[in-house]
Design a binder for this molecule. Structure first.
Ligand code: FAD
Length: 467
């Protein structure tokens, strides 16, 4: 039977499996993931963690964007289409989306971690941690949001005082009984943390990042009809163009909303040099305008800041160090030369998912790069690939049957991690994969789960000895 293995069963893996079968793929899709639930964003247990995209735009397909909103209605959750539902409910939506396919055996979910890949006689062998291997014709890397890079000094701070991966913990339980919390990072993960601790008046929160900028409020879904100049200008000219357009408007939000469907095309029209320049000079500003939060959460942050419960700062973190039951934190304020320090009970790493595959020690990443089956994107954002998600090997050649979707494509597509981008990309990749699979013979053994030892354990061993 034709088999596709998705490494990762978060939103990207689940949406891709759904798209494949909705498009008539009659084989089997295996989703491999060591975790229950649906990835970092939708496995939260906090119902106050809200989506940052309105409910009526979170459906699984472009053709039916409102299907999540209708699902909420079937669960007795009445809200306006422009409202922001909980991420917990989005996890439930993904679960019911895939349930019929799981029940029929077309989609199989295996709880395990993939650590290696090998191409053999026209099919892929995916090695799993529990020493099994899966065979399939195509493999899709949907490994998503990889854990953040550790803060300097964080490796030797106790887990009771330092949260390295905030999406996988209950912050309230970690902080319990203590009062000084530092968030390193001022983006959406920090907002989650603040929301979790907001109703504990004894807790004082500080948030620091290089620019000290907080996400802006959503305000409106309206889009301004816009025509972008052709050919697409470089980042400097694009920003100038946006400023001119915004100057003639009462608010800039409809302009940024209108950019959403265009940004991948604009990004791909720039040279690597221009993309790098945009990341260096404009990314922090782009992020707070583009990835906005619901107005209620924005208002809450404002109240917490006004009452002194939340302090924000701009600066460069120099290091964290455990001293007894507290953490000494050193940083350099933005634009200053002198160093500052302060003590906190708990430090939370909110710097966001790591995306530089060149620095990762994850066994699967080591295996992919070490074998030459994949290559890091030159900007240090995910993997090198074609715009539709076919991976490129170390020689820059397309790797037959090896694909990626979602966050690993950040360098190629830039804006590709939110559900509206993922579902579009999933539909595109599905069309390509269905054609590609139709033209490939199915080896007799395909789809078998083998128990034999995976032959090349070099990369696993490197990981085991901590290299
Ligand atoms: C906290 C947070 C909130 C967000 N909120 C929103 C939102 O409101 N709206 C929106 O549109 N987007 C939001 N996003 C963006 C988010 O990236 C996407 O919506 C989506 O969750 C990405 O899904 P994914 O499956 O690609 O990645 P993930 O959700 O990270 O899932 C990847 C999965 O791959 C698994 N995996 C990794 N390595 C291996 C391996 N070696 N073997 C097997 N499995 C592996 C992981 O265990 C994980 O379950 C949010 C992101 C975060 C982090």
């Amino acid at each position: 039977m034709t088999t596709v293995t998705c490494i990762g069963a978060g939103a990207s893996g689940t949406l891709l499996a759904w798209h494949l079968h909705a498009a008539g793929f009659s084989g089997r899709t295996i989703l491999v993931d060591p975790h229950e639930g649906f990835g970092a964003a939708y496995s939260t247990s906090e119902c106050r963690h809200l989506l940052n995209v309105p409910a009526a735009n979170m459906g699984a397909s472009e053709e039916d964007k409102a299907s999540f909103w209708r699902f909420l209605g079937t669960q007795g959750i009445e809200m306006s289409p422009e409202d922001f539902a909980s991420r917990l409910d989005y996890g439930r939506y993904l679960e019911q989306l895939i349930a019929p396919l799981r029940a029929s055996g077309q989609v199989v979910r295996i709880r395990d971690r993939a650590w290696g890949l090998e191409r053999r006689a026209g099919f892929w062998r995916v090695a799993l941690e529990r020493r099994r291997a899966l065979e399939s014709q195509a493999v899709v890397l949907v490994v998503g949001n990889l854990p953040p890079s550790s803060l300097p000094g964080g490796e030797v701070v106790d887990a009771a005082c330092y949260v390295d991966e905030p999406w996988r913990c209950r912050l309230k339980e970690v902080v319990a009984g203590r009062s000084r919390v530092l968030f390193v990072g001022t983006g959406l993960t920090m907002v989650d943390g603040v929301i979790s601790l907001a109703d504990h008046p004894e807790i004082h929160m500080t948030a620091i990042s290089r620019h000290g900028l907080l996400p802006l409020p959503w305000k409106t879904q309206d889009m301004m009809p816009m025509r972008l100049p052709e050919p697409m200008p470089g980042p400097r000219a694009m920003l100038r163009h946006l400023r001119t357009l915004a100057a003639g408007m009462s608010s800039w939000e409809p302009l940024i909303n209108a950019m959403r469907p265009e940004i991948q095309t604009i990004w791909q029209s720039w040279t690597l040099l221009e993309q790098g320049r945009f990341l260096r000079h404009a990314l922090a500003y782009w992020n707070i305008h583009r990835h906005r939060i619901c107005d209620a959460h924005h208002a809450l942050l404002g109240r917490l800041r006004a009452t002194g419960r939340l302090t924000t700062a701009a600066g460069h973190l120099l290091g964290i160090e455990q001293q007894g039951g507290e953490v000494l934190v050193r940083w350099r304020p933005r634009g200053k030369t002198e160093e500052r320090s302060a003590r906190f009970d708990v430090v939370v790493n909110c710097t966001g998912p790591a995306s530089d595959y060149r620095r990762m020690r994850d066994p699967l990443v080591l295996n992919l790069l070490g074998s030459g089956n994949a290559c890091p994107h030159p900007l240090g954002m995910g993997l090198a690939a074609s715009p539709r998600g076919e991976l490129l090997d170390a020689r820059g050649q397309l790797v037959p049957g090896l694909f990626a979707l979602g966050p690993p494509l950040r360098g190629v597509l830039f804006e590709c991690i939110a559900v509206p981008d993922i579902r579009k990309q999933a539909a595109l990749l599905t069309r390509h994969m269905v054609d590609w699979l139709a033209n490939r013979p199915v080896p007799a053994s395909l789809g078998n789960e083998t128990t034999g030892d995976y032959p090349d354990r070099r990369y696993q061993m490197l990981y085991d000895v901590g290299l």
